[in-house]
Design a protein around this ligand. Sequence first.
Ligand code: NDP
Ligand code: 1BO
Length: 344
Amino acid sequence: AWLEDDTAATQDPPPVATTQDPPPDGGGGVAVAEMERGVVVLNNGEKMPLLGLGTWKSSDGSVKAAVTSAVECGYRHIDCAAIYGNEIEVGEALSGLFAAGTVSRSDLWVTSKLWNSMHASADVEKAVDKTLADLGLDYLDLYLVHWPVTGVKGERLSPPIEETWKAMETLVDKGKCKSIGVSNFSLKKIVAMKEYWRIPPAVNQVELHPLWRQDGLIQGCKDLGVHVTAYSPLGSPDSADMFGHSGRSLMKHPVVLDVAEKASKTVAQVLIKWALDRGTSVLPKSSNPDRIRANFDVQDWCLDPDLFAKLSAVEPQSRMLHGEFWLNPSGPYKTLADLWDDDD
Ligand code: NDP
Ligand code: 1BO
């Protein structure tokens, strides 16, 4: 039902993420070739923590505790979206954390996303205002166009992405968002934006894990100075039934199990570490405090290059989140190739 909903729409932080030096080329997803310990410096100079907590499907009373535990154990990046339907509860967690002095606003990175039904110029600011009110914030660190899809079921592409992007740029001018970016955009769709962007996207947030590596997209974004964030890094087991991929559990893949055993780490830890070692930021979701804590424990150890290479060779490659729900015979995306432009 939520896919059809058109309204859903200080302390010093501990070091985050990898202790390995950045890859010599600056990392696959690193914008302007700059990466510091635990953060990526985006193309506008903002520093985004590389490891964030995902909040999709963290609901029904669980997300407040999840966000609170995450920040208490050191996460400084929370990934939200209006369509997740839980931003009020995330906001309750944030206000509690600020009031307790666990973290200051300036030490926390909060991302949210503009839903498809709010792409019209007049709606973009309304959408961000609603998200800011729900989260109890006066600015977002990053606001993403959630999908390159306009309308509730992708039935149209009017307004075009150009209109939406210009409205997103205005949010930066007004101080409502420090950075803006896109999500689920193919390289072709980002390149097309060069014709009109005044502010280039800082980030493209896409599905990335060993079963869907998208090396070409990462390299192309890097060439454009757009940092890439990995969503569903554990293979999104919660979505298995919803999207019909229950037979392909990444966390049970024999190569992944073997790598975890050889590294003496959990499966989730090696998947998160692999994502960081590629130079992408990464957003594991959990609503379990023990798993939230364990997923953050990816700092003081290295993934052996042979094990990294094994994870980088897992086959077959295939998306978990195909986006078939946006296809519409009378809309702009009639096939998956129209949506993804055959990126791999
Ligand atoms: P993930 O790949 O992060 O997997 C989450 C699942 O893994 C949950 O079932 C969670 O269960 C389980 N899990 C987490 N840690 C462990 C662990 N250590 N051991 C065993 N199981 C574990 O899935 P998501 O699809 O949620 O992706 C992560 C985030 O990325 C989202 O929450 C969202 O913020 C973002 N995203 C963005 C999208 C976009 O279109 N821009 C699309 C999809 C995701 P439990 O909670 O019980 O621990
Ligand atoms: C349609 C799925 C969106 C999750 O971010």
